[in-house]
Design a protein around this ligand. Structure first.
Ligand SMILES: Cc1cc2nc3c(=O)[nH]c(=O)nc-3n(C[C@H](O)[C@H](O)[C@H](O)COP(=O)(O)OP(=O)(O)OC[C@H]3O[C@@H](n4cnc5c(N)ncnc54)[C@H](O)[C@@H]3O)c2cc1C
Length: 480
């Protein structure tokens, strides 16, 4: 007599980096020799090119090792499409300066030949700047995503869980993984007390393609690193991530103003500045002189003008400020013509957004059930340290490893262990990213800016010392 064992079905909601990495990882690591889990993945978008997937992101050593763990070898070998090897003149490092160009921090990054070298490196700062949209496309390969399925909630029953969609349909599975980003309706239902925290910082993020002439003037301020930060004395921050790989393939006969690069840039400042300004404007709304100060977030031109005004108000005149304004003037104000040639494939209109995060340790441990959370859905973090996607990928690895014990230990134990470790590890990333954002938004003034500079330089020196000891095996390399 044969016993028929039911193969459990895992429903994944959200086809972002976290959900897709988990999908691949289960297929590769758990279903390799025999089918242990059926997996279905649902996405609210209508297809791969529905929405902007734009910006450049930093994938660090942990993110790379996680991707290598999750992806089949056919996709591993294609990862350089999304995260190309460094080209001459590129340094995959980070440099922080003040508003006039004085160095604050330049941690001891080591230039690696390629992502595979980074995965074996001891240097905790190593990373590769990756094209997020291309990474997403790569992760979509060989995955049968069920598009146009916006999940609005779930219903848990004794032997499984129903995912409920906005088209009125319901799908039954044994388990439900919510990897549906910061606004996850599943998190709101499962852990209503776990709130999104607004950090009181406004930012405007854009993808631009400035020309070589401009970039050649900008880069020396940042020691040719690919990630740049410039901190103003009045709580404003400029953050840039770029690659120096030309957008155009035929550059030989082009002049420097005809060669372009892909760049992510954001500008952030204390939200109170907007609140105070709006209040004073309301007081005087009939005065036409105020009209150009009003921001209309649905009008890209108005948003870009607002950012430029802020930069002029918060930073003193200097060459760096002029270059910064020139960069903001590169922002496309409508869907670019010649769309197919536009380097980001989709257009993302600039608008003011709030820096927000979610700390999973800010609430008591929740009950472990058949519904679990992964990535931004449970631990969104601000972009300043470039950790969010790396943590989402790490979750995919962690959950897969716990599921290896599914038959021996049962689902509850596997999920409990996953949640416990995920909460602790990701909370560190959330709080570290939050701390930096809150520190940077404080208006420093002249003396404060000097103290900040000294502080950053001291941290930098300490980082170099630790990296030196690690290189010579005097200290062991930190574990991701
Ligand atoms: C400006 C900026 C720069 C960043 N830079 C970096 C960086 O350098 N390095 C880094 O590691 N991270 C970075 N991040 C963070 C990173 O992008 C996120 O942490 C990462 O995308 C999270 O992945 P995820 O899969 O958990 O969620 P998401 O990427 O948010 O994906 C969620 C998916 O779920 C779908 N979805 C949402 N709701 C539903 C629903 N109800 N039903 C069905 N589907 C749904 C969405 O359409 C989406 O496809 C940055 C973020 C920003 C904003």
């Amino acid at each position: 007599m044969s016993t028929i064992t039911k193969i459990p079905t895992i429903l994944i909601i959200g086809a972002g980096p976290g959900g897709l990495a988990l999908y691949h990882s289960i297929q590769k690591n758990l279903n390799g020799s025999e089918l242990k889990f059926k997996v279905r993945i649902f996405e609210r978008e209508s297809g791969p090119a529905d929405r902007w997937q734009g910006y450049n992101i930093n994938i660090n050593r942990c993110g790379i090792t996680s991707l290598l763990y999750c992806l089949p070898s056919s996709l591993q070998s294609r990862l350089p499409e999304a995260m190309p090897d460094p080209v001459p003149g590129e340094h995959h490092g980070f440099t922080s300066i003040d508003d006039t160009g004085n160095l604050l921090m330049h941690p001891p990054f080591k230039q690696m030949k390629n992502l595979f070298e980074i995965s074996n490196s001891k240097n905790e700062y190593s990373f590769v700047v990756s094209y997020r949209n291309k990474l997403r496309n790569l992760l979509l390969e060989d995955v049968n995503v069920e598009w146009n399925k916006k999940c609005v909630g779930y219903e848990e029953v004794d032997d499984g869980v129903w995912a409920i969609f906005d088209d009125g349909s319901r799908v039954f599975g044994d388990f439900l993984v919510a990897s549906d980003g910061i606004n996850s309706p599943i998190r709101k239902q499962k852990i209503p007390e776990l709130k999104v925290m607004d950090l009181g910082v406004t930012y405007v993020i854009v993808d631009i393609s400035p020309n070589k002439k401009l970039i050649d003037k900008w880069m020396p301020y940042f020691r040719n690193s690919l990630i740049h930060e410039s901190l103003g004395p009045n709580g404003d921050t400029v953050f840039v991530v770029l690659r120096r790989i030309p957008v155009e393939s035929d550059i030989e006969n082009r002049s420097d103003d005809q060669i372009h690069y892909r760049m992510l840039m954001y500008y952030s400042y204390d939200t109170d500045l907007d609140i105070r300004e709006t209040e004073s404007k309301n007081f005087d709304l009939n005065n036409n002189n105020n009209v150009d100060l009003l921001v209309n977030d649905d009008d890209p031109n108005s948003v870009v003008r607002h950012v430029i005004e802020r930069i002029k108000k918060l930073r003193k005149p200097c060459e760096l400020r002029d270059l910064l304004i020139e960069l903001w003037e590169c922002v496309p104000l409508a869907t670019p013509e010649n769309y197919e040639k536009y380097p980001f494939n989709t257009y993302h209109a600039p608008r003011r957004r709030q820096m927000r995060d979610i700390d999973p340790l800010s609430v008591e441990p929740w009950e472990t059930t058949r519904v679990i959370l992964l990535g931004d859905a449970v631990h969104a973090m601000t972009p300043i340290l470039g950790l969010g996607a790396n943590h989402a990928l790490r979750d995919a690895v962690l959950l897969t490893k716990k599921l290896e014990n599914f038959e021996k230990e049962g689902w509850k134990k596997c999920f409990e262990q996953y949640e416990q470790e995920m909460r602790i590890k990701s909370s560190k990333g959330v709080l570290a990213s939050r701390e930096v954002i809150l520190l940077e938004k404080v208006q420093k003034g002249y003396i404060g800016a000097i103290i900040r500079r000294l502080m950053y330089r001291m941290i930098d020196i300490k980082n170099y010392f630790v990296a030196f000891l690690t290189d010579y095996n005097i200290l062991s390399a930190p574990i991701d």
